[in-house]
Unconditional design. Sequence first.
Length: 92
Amino acid sequence: MFNKHNAAQHGSKGGRRTVERHGREHMAQIGKRGFQATTERHFGGCVESHKRWLSQKGLWEYWLQTGIPMRYDRDGRAIYRDIPHPSQKIPF
């Protein structure tokens, strides 16, 4: 029976089944289209901005999990900082 407690398991099973049926190339194409759509929608088509956000967000999550000392750039800004995704910004 499907419920909120086992949704991840069902989703994972569905993903594995899709790979079995259609192959890894199919999944790679889905990922590429998703990345392109997100870049267009939230980063104004700038691939570098999207990659920079992903990198910064990954560093932030790593820092949260490990508790390593915060690093700072030459201007004193934290290198590992939480950056909200552009879709979460509230326009004023």
